[in-house]
Every structure is written in structure tokens, then in C-alpha cells.
Design a protein around this ligand. Structure first.
Ligand SMILES: [Zn+2]
Length: 287
């Protein structure tokens, strides 16, 4: 569930607390969460004594750089939570990885459904870190301009919703933000990417940057599980226009939000504002 804005929020709330800290003990409480190296023992041995020198986000992955060499990479997936505690920590049931720092403080990785993974990779081992090397461009990267987005879209077949969810096409988007982006762009989620006119592509591109930035400013969306690095819920759920709002009135017209399965995911949209042929009709309202 955590998408780009949530992962960005976890990172920005955690980094000031753990940057420069040395890992004193590594407690792997469920070995399945270790995606790399091959064993939890190798993971613990490799990480013990290392200092966190910095961190960044790529797609939905959190990457912490280590002082000597290598990276500690978290993929939160569905229900993963990563947070810091400066109290003496008694591991809870779903705390699968616990890192204690020299001089106090603990980093905890919890995951009720246990789809989340953690990777410890040296330089050259990045291919073992989940989908890291297969990720497409970052939507907020200034170099990812409209021209690059448009060219990439025009080479693709398939429906726009599925494409935007595809992490190798563009990194970091998930079901919530794709629905919000398509609503603001007035594009039906089932629209074929090849049928999109230039101005429709421009609306998607602009809405994508706007919504992601707004959601980061709102510290992400919390429905159930998501919390930031200090255990706080996000605020952006109140600002969602269509996601999770089936049967509610569209904020821009009198119609009701519908839900339909598109690209295997529940998709929320306004049948009036997001007509399937909206690109061809040319009737675009400014919002
Ligand atoms: Zn509407």
C-alpha cells in the first residue's frame, strides 16, 4: 500500500533520527523478510557494526547508504512499517527485524502480512534487491519531462491505468494515486494509452506531479496500516477525490463515483468527468 508519497514521508521522518548512527545489534526475528543475502545470518553479520550514512527513495523502495560500502534497502509492500523508537523496545508480534543503535535508539520493521522485504547489498549486488534495477523513471525527477513521458506512453499498448501501475514504466505509483491522477486528468482508467491525445498526456503528466507533491506535503495517505517513521498517520486521505469514495458524489459534477476492476485492481472514477472518449471530445474543464 505505501506508494511514493508514503515512502518519501517515512524516509524524511526517519533520516534525521538514524543518520550517523552505528548499528550495534541486528535481530532478525523472521528470516523470510530477508531478501538478500541468501541467509539471515549473512545479513546480520554484514550489517552489524555499520553506520547509516544517508538515505534516499527510489520508486517504493527506501535505501539507506552504509558508511563503508553497500546499502540497506526496505520494500514495505502491502503492510510493512518502518519506524524509530528511542525508548527501550520490547519487540511486538510482527516486528520481524529490529536494529539497535550504539548510544540508544531502535529501528523496527513490522509487517503483519509479511510481504515486505529487506535487502543488504554490496556494490554490484543491486540486481538482488527486488525490482530495484527494473524500475522506470522517477515521476518527480526534473529530467523526466513531458517529452520523455509522452514518448514512453506512445510506445506502449494497453490501458492507461495498468501502465501507470507498472513500476518498470514509471516508478512509485500505486492504486490510490493513479486513480487520483486519472480523475484530475479526466481520463477514464480503461482508456488505451495509444489513443491519448497530446493534451490528454499533458494533463496526466501535470496531474501526476501535482498530486504526488500535494500528497508528500500531506505526509501520505493512511487507510489502515501506513504510518511514518515516527509512527504517525498521514493526512492526505481527507483530500482524496475518488479513491475509496464509491457511491459518493463527485466533487465536480452531480454524478456518483463508481468502482470497477481495471488492470486487476479496484478503480474509482467519475463516469461523467472521466468518459472513455474524453480525449476525443475535447470538452475539458479547467480545474
Ligand atoms: Zn464528476
Amino acid at each position: 500500500m505505501p506508494e511514493l508519497p508514503e515512502v518519501e514521508t517515512v524516509l524524511s521522518s526517519l533520516l534525521p533520527k538514524i543518520k550517523g548512527k552505528k548499528i550495534k545489534t541486528v535481530r532478525v526475528r523472521h528470516k523470510d523478510v530477508v531478501g538478500w543475502p541468501e541467509t539471515a545470518i549473512k545479513f546480520s553479520q554484514g550489517l552489524c557494526g555499520k553506520k547509516i550514512s544517508g538515505g534516499f527513495r527510489r520508486g517504493k523502495l527506501l535505501l539507506f547508504t552504509l558508511d563503508e560500502e553497500g546499502k540497506l534497502i526496505f520494500h514495505l509492500r502491502m503492510t510493512g512499517r518502518l519506524y524509530y523508537s528511542d525508548k527501550i523496545y520490547q519487540p511486538r508480534k510482527h516486528a520481524h527485524l529490529v536494529l539497535d543503535f550504539s548510544g540508544g535508539g531502535t529501528l523496527i520493521f513490522e509487517d503483519t502480512r509479511r510481504f515486505g522485504r529487506v535487502y543488504l547489498v554490496k556494490t554490484g549486488e543491486e540486481k538482488y534487491a527486488g525490482n530495484l534495477e527494473k524500475l522506470g523513471p522517477e515521476p518527480l525527477d526534473p529530467e523526466f519531462d513531458l517529452k520523455a513521458f509522452s514518448q514512453a506512453l506512445k510506445q506502449k499498448k494497453g490501458r492507461i491505468k495498468g501502465l501507470l501501475l507498472n513500476q518498470s514504466f514509471i516508478a512509485g505509483l500505486g492504486n490510490i494515486y493513479v486513480d487520483e491522477i486519472l480523475f484530475r486528468s479526466q481520463i477514464h482508467p480503461e482508456t488505451s494509452a495509444q489513443n491519448l491525445e497530446d493534451r490528454a498526456i499533458c494533463r496526466i503528466y501535470t496531474s501526476m506531479k501535482e498530486i504526488l507533491n500535494e500528497a508528500i506535503a500531506g505526509r501520505g495517505t493512511t487507510f489502515r496500516d501506513y504510518r511514518d517513521g515516527e509512527g504517525r498517520a498521514g493526512d492526505f486521505q481527507d483530500l482524496l477525490k475518488v479513491y475509496g469514495r464509491e457511491g459518493e458524489k463527485c466533487p465536480y459534477c452531480s454524478d456518483y463515483i463508481e468502482r470497477k476492476k481495471v488492470a486487476g485492481r479496484s478503480s474509482f472514477f467519475c463516469p461523467c468527468c472521466q468518459k472513455d472518449d474524453v480525449n476525443d471530445s475535447g470538452s475539458v474543464r479547467k480545474r
